[in-house]
Structure formats: C-alpha cells, structure tokens
Design a protein around this ligand. Structure first.
Ligand SMILES: *Cc1c(COP(=O)(O)O)cnc(C)c1O
Length: 454
C-alpha cells in the first residue's frame, strides 16, 4: 500500500516514509492511495479478540512490515491495557452502548494511536540506526499519551510543551512523574496556541530539524488515524445482528481525528454506520455540519472538555480530500482560502452519514447528571458531550474518550463524587520533574541541543 498527500495525489510514499515524515512535503496530510475493503467475514462474523482484529486491519496498510512484525508491534502496543477486552463495549440500555476507550496507560483514547506510534518509532530507530528527538505541544491528553508511549524507550528523547497552570494537576503529573530520563516536560507561560506556535517555529528551522532529527506526534500522524479505525470495527462486530441494522456512533470531537477514523472504517465496509459529531462550545464543526460553512472563531474558549477546545480541526483536511473526490488541487485551494480568510463555504455539503451536536458547559454538567441518574454510570466531561441528544429508536454507540478520574473536579461539581483511578493515585506520591523555559524558540532550541540525542 502506498500513501498520497491530500494536496497532491501524484507523488506517493511508502508506509515507512509516510510515518516518518508526519506531514507530506507539500504540507498536505497522508491518506491511503486507495481504501482497501475489509473482509466481509470480519465485519459480519463472530467478534475477534482485539489484537487479532488490529493485526488484520493494519496489515492492509502497513505492507512494509511482515505480518509477523505487525503482530509483534500490535502485541507490544496493547498488552498494557488494563481491560481484557482492550476496548470494551458496555450496554447501558436496550439500544444504548458506551465504547470505553480509556483503559490504556494514560486513561484516554489517544493511547490507541500513541502506543502504536511509540512501538513504530522504536522499530524505526532500530531499523535505521538513527536516534530521534520528538517535539510536541499539548493541552493535556496528547502529551500524557505520548509520554506513556515513549517513556524509557531507547534512542528517543521527548520534549513536550504545555501551558503552565492551564492543564489539570493529574494531566501534568502524567507527564512529569514518569521517572524516565528521556522525557522533558516543559511548562510555558502562555496558552496552548503559544506552545504550538513555538513547536511550528522549530519545525520550520530545517537546519535544526535535520540536526536533531526532529519527529512529531501530533494528531495528523497516519499511524494514529489507522489505529483508531480498529475499535469501530471491533465495536460493530459485538452488537447483536438484530440491533445492527443502523448504528450511530457518537464521537466527542475536537480535531476530527477520531470521527474521521470511524468514517474510514465505514468506507472500508462497516455497514450502516452513521456518525454524530459531538462538540463542546467550540463548535466550528457543529456549525459546519449544520450550515456547510467552515468558519474559524477569533479564539478558543476554555471549556469543561479541554481536549476538545480547538478552533482549527486539522484532520478535517482528510475528509475534505474525499469530499472533493481526491482532487488535490482543489483541497489545496480550499486550505489556502481557510488560511487566509478563516472561512470557506462548501456547496452541496450535506453528507447524510453525519450529524452533529453542541454542548455548553451547563449541558456538560447536566449530561453527567443525567447519565449518572438514568444508568448509574459516570462519564467524563468529553464523553458527556456525546449524551447531548440520544435517539431512542437508533442503536447508539457513544465513544467514551477519557476516564472520569482525569477530570474529577468537574465530575464533583456535577454529582458530588470524586472518581478515582489507581494509575492516577499512584502519581500523587511521585516526584515531579519539569523544565521551566521562557516562551522563546531560541531558548527551547538551545535546551534541545543540550539535552537531545544526537
Ligand atoms: C483528544 C480528545 C478528544 C478529541 O478527539 P479528536 O480526535 O481531536 O477529535 C476528545 N476527548 C478526549 C478525552 C480527548 O483527549
């Protein structure tokens, strides 16, 4: 299988190249040259154990590794999940299910992508003999999951910028209490956007980038996307046939990565699936799916679901590529238009496989209360956005993207309890290690030259 850029369908890359590059040379995102079909028996037959399904799925795309190597990568990536089912599907009501994606080491769904990315980096380092330095910015969950995927690994140092005082205490502890000497958490005086700007500046410094063999872990990484498609297939195969005539997946959404992965699984043969894009008050995608107009707001507005506080849905470009039938020039034109004006109107934009909702902070609190009252089940503030509007007639799968203990103060506000998780409790006693630096690209560059692997 080869991969093309969303902005230029002519030049293609291998899986190894697409993974190592992150972003395509022309600034586009990598998509598979063509979407393979899933084996119909896989979709309609008996549910397979998660690792077996993951191997079967990834082999379709990663043709650079042998099947045996793919098996080892999968085994390594998911053996430390604490639930036997990896991504258990819990039934709350006759036709209402929750897909629990928070049993990985950082307790959020991002572990599915970043555990695999960690194993793939390790494999790349061994294969090429070159060490790498990973640089990223986080508003909380991505950094925690990246650190969980890379702590202690040979040949890679990880530098993570985060806005000081603007992520939760537990999210900070997940990055600062690893005890691993290859992890460098860097609190920055400023916002998440400031952190991201610094990361971009350093990635644009080509001399530095080559010198430290800079690598990225952001949500546009191809391997993260592929890893996330698998749990949609897995969930579908566990729903009894009499209920799976039409299945609606409800996806708490920020960057559009998770829901795009589901849409891809549907294109590959998961039948009769629809998707509900659940946003918080930062509702650029809700507005898009209700009006066909994609329009950025002047700034993001902090909410109770911070990992969905975005104003640019970076993975949307992949969906756009399919919307314009793989016309790279057209994608390029639209992305350029968005970059310069912050707005685009998409004519004929009424994809019938999508609908959307928006939740204010008050809605989030109310939804946490409602789910607790009706089903004796506690959802985190992101997952709570998924319960904004449930169609009682349809079989519904709400994706639970984080464990409630990660956001215990909001849960307490809603239902008066502080959910706990042993993984987080253990962090409370540990020593925090972090490196305070000025929000200045030169200072961070100098720090990385001193502490990076060369
Ligand atoms: C990252 C994140 C999201 C948003 O996922 P996208 O792929 O960016 O749409 C939702 N919930 C949680 C808990 C997250 O960490």
């Amino acid at each position: 299988m080869r991969f093309v850029s969303t902005r230029n369908e002519r030049e293609s890359a291998t899986f190894f190249e697409a993974f190592a590059n992150g972003l395509a040379p022309d600034g586009g995102l990598y998509v598979p040259e063509e979407l393979p079909d899933l084996n119909p028996d896989t979709v309609s037959g008996e549910a397979q154990p998660y690792p077996a399904l993951a191997v079967e799925f990834l082999e379709l795309f990663d043709t650079d590794h042998t099947p045996d190597q793919v098996f080892k990568l999968v085994d390594k990536s998911y053996s430390n999940f604490t639930d036997m089912a990896t991504a258990p599907l819990r039934q709350l009501d006759d036709k209402l299910y929750v897909l629990e994606l928070f049993h990985g080491p950082s307790l959020a769904f991002k572990d599915f992508g970043l555990q695999l990315v960690g194993s793939l980096f390790e494999d790349q380092i061994r294969r090429t003999g070159n060490s790498i330095n990973v640089l990223g910015a986080t508003s909380g969950d991505t950094g925690a999951a990246a650190v969980a995927g890379l702590a202690g690994k040979e040949g890679v140092n990880v530098f993570i910028l985060y806005p000081q005082g603007r992520i939760s205490d537990m999210q900070e502890r997940q990055m600062t209490c690893t005890g691993a000497s290859n992890i460098f958490p860097i609190p920055i005086q400023g916002t998440f956007d400031d952190c991201q700007r610094l990361v971009k500046t350093l990635f644009m410094d080509h001399e530095f980038r080559d010198q430290v063999r800079l690598s990225a872990i952001n949500s546009i990484n191809l391997a993260r996307m592929l890893a996330q498609s698998i749990y949609y297939v897995h969930a579908f195969t566990q729903i009894p046939a009499e209920k799976s005539e039409q299945v609606e997946f409800v996806v708490p959404t920020g960057n559009f990565g998770n829901v795009f992965a589901g849409w891809m699984a549907a294109r590959m043969g998961v039948p009769a699936s629809r998707f509900k894009v659940a946003t918080n008050r930062n509702d650029i995608l809700h507005r898009l799916f209700s009006t066909g107009i994609y329009e950025e707001q002047p700034s993001v507005s902090p909410s109770y679901a911070p990992s969905m506080d975005i104003q640019v849905a970076s993975n949307f470009e992949r969906f756009l590529y399919y919307h314009v039938d793989g016309n790279g020039a057209e994608v390029k034109r639209i992305m350029e238009r968005i970059r310069t004006t912050g707005r685009i109107e998409l004519p004929n934009f009424s994809p019938d496989t999508f609908c959307s909702t928006r939740s204010s902070d008050e809605d989030i609190i109310r939804n946490i209360q409602k789910v607790h009252q009706n089903y004796d089940y506690v959802v985190d503030p992101h997952t709570a956005c998924g319960f904004q509007e449930i169609d009682p007639e349809a079989t519904t799968v709400v994706l639970a993207t984080a464990h409630p203990a990660k956001f215990s103060s909001t849960i307490h506000k809603a239902i008066g309890i502080h959910p706990k998780h042993p993984t987080l409790e253990r962090l409370r006693e540990k020593q925090q290690v972090r490196y305070e630096l000025d929000p200045d690209a030169d200072e961070i560059r100098a720090f990385m030259l001193l502490n990076g692997l060369m």
